[in-house]
Write a protein that binds this ligand. Structure first.
Ligand code: SAM
Length: 310
C-alpha cells in the first residue's frame, strides 16, 4: 500500500441521489464550480477532476449527492432491483449501497436493511435519513439468524450481500487520508465491536480464513431464500480467499438451487482471477488502477421463467 499518489491522480466520483434530484439538474449545479462528466457505466454516477473537494458542497450536505466511488457504486447497479420488489440488504451499515438500491427502486417496494452492530445501525439510519428514502426498514440483527421461511422474507426477490471483509481493497485510499499521524484503518468486523484495525491485519492468513468462513456461510444463507432471483456478493478485498474462493465454494449449492453466475457489466475489462471455469463472469476492480479494489459476483435464478415454461 505504497501508492499514496493514487488519490490525487484519479478522478473524483459522486453519485447523484435520484430520490432527491435528477442527474441533469445535479450536473448543471455542479458545473457552476467543476468540470463534470457522466460515467459511461453507472447511470447516476458523475466524474469530476482529481482533487475536487466536495465535502462541504450544499448538494452533499443535503443528501442530493453522495461521495461514493465508482467500484462501490457498481455494486447496487449490478443487483439492479426493480421498483416494487422486496429486497434484503444483508450487511448494510453505513448504508451507502442501501440507499443506492432505494434510488434504483424509485422509492417503490421495500428494502429490509439488516445490520448486526448496534453502533453502526445509527450510521445506517443517518444515511437513510439523509437520502430521503421512505421504503427502508432497518433491522438490528444477525443476517445468519433470519429464517428464510419466515413470511417476512418469503417474497424477497433480491439480496445484496456486502459482508465484513479485510478491507484490503480500500487500504491505500484510507491510509492516504490517515498517514502519517495514524496507521489504523477502518474495518467493519463481525467478530468485534472495534471499528479499527492495523494494516497488517488485512493480510493475516488466520484472519482472512475466519472472514472467508463467515462470507461463505452468509452467501449460502442468502442462496436459501425461496423467492430470490438475484444475489450480489461483493467485497472491498483484493484477496482471492475472500473473493473467487468463496464463490467457487458455494457454486455446487447455488447450482442445486437453480442459480448461475451472470456477468455484471460485461463491458468491464477486469474479471475474476482465472482459478475456476466461470470465473470470467466475476468482476474485479484494481486497488491502484481503479482507485479501489472491489469484487462483485452476481448470481441469477430464472425460477419464474422455468415455473411458467414447465
Ligand atoms: N454495504 C455497506 C455499505 O455499502 O455502506 C457496507 C457493509 S460493511 C462491508 C459490512 C457490515 O456488515 C458491517 O457494518 C458489519 O457490522 C455488518 N455485519 C457483519 N456481520 C453481520 C451479520 N452476521 N449480520 C448482519 N450484519 C453483519
Amino acid at each position: 500500500f505504497t501508492n499514496f499518489d493514487a488519490d490525487v491522480s484519479k478522478p473524483r466520483y459522486v453519485r447523484v441521489n435520484t430520490l432527491k434530484v435528477d442527474v441533469e439538474s445535479a450536473v448543471l449545479e455542479l458545473r457552476k464550480q467543476f468540470m463534470v462528466q457522466k460515467d459511461d457505466m453507472v447511470p447516476d454516477l458523475l466524474v469530476l477532476p482529481p482533487g475536487c473537494d466536495l465535502h462541504d458542497h450544499p448538494l452533499v450536505k443535503n443528501g442530493s449527492v453522495f461521495l461514493q466511488g465508482k467500484a462501490s457504486s457498481m455494486v447496487a447497479a449490478a443487483l439492479a432491483p426493480e421498483p416494487g420488489w422486496k429486497v434484503l440488504d444483508a450487511c448494510s451499515a453505513p448504508g451507502n449501497k442501501t440507499v443506492h438500491l432505494a434510488a434504483f427502486m424509485k422509492g417503490k417496494g421495500k428494502i429490509i436493511a439488516c445490520e448486526l452492530n448496534k453502533e453502526r445501525v445509527k450510521r445506517l439510519e443517518e444515511t437513510i435519513r439523509l437520502s430521503g428514502a421512505a421504503n427502508i426498514e432497518v433491522l438490528n440483527g444477525d443476517f445468519l439468524k433470519l429464517d428464510p421461511k419466515d413470511p417476512a422474507y418469503s417474497e424477497v426477490r433480491a439480496i445484496l450481500l456486502d459482508p465484513s471483509c479485510s478491507g484490503s481493497g480500500t487500504a491505500a485510499d484510507r491510509l492516504d487520508h490517515l498517514l502519517p499521524s495514524h496507521t489504523a484503518v477502518f474495518l467493519p468486523d463481525a467478530s468485534s465491536s472495534a471499528d479499527h484495525c492495523h494494516a497488517a491485519d488485512m493480510t493475516d492468513p488466520e484472519r482472512l480464513k475466519k472472514l472467508a468462513a463467515f462470507q461463505k456461510k452468509a452467501l449460502e444463507h442468502a442462496l436459501s431464500f425461496p423467492a430470490v432471483e438475484r444475489i450480489v456478493y461483493s467485497t472491498c478485498s483484493i484477496h482471492q480467499t475472500e473473493n473467487e474462493d468463496v464463490v467457487q465454494s458455494v457454486l455446487p449449492l447455488a447450482i442445486s438451487y437453480g442459480f448461475q453466475l451472470a456477468t455484471p457489466f460485461p463491458q468491464w475489462h477486469r474479471r475474476g482471477l482465472p482459478v475456476f471455469e466461470g470465473s470470467e463472469h466475476l468482476l474485479r476492480t484494481d486497488v491502484v488502477e481503479d482507485k479501489e479494489g472491489f469484487f462483485i459476483a452476481l448470481f441469477v435464478r430464472k425460477t419464474m421463467i422455468l415455473a411458467k415454461g414447465n
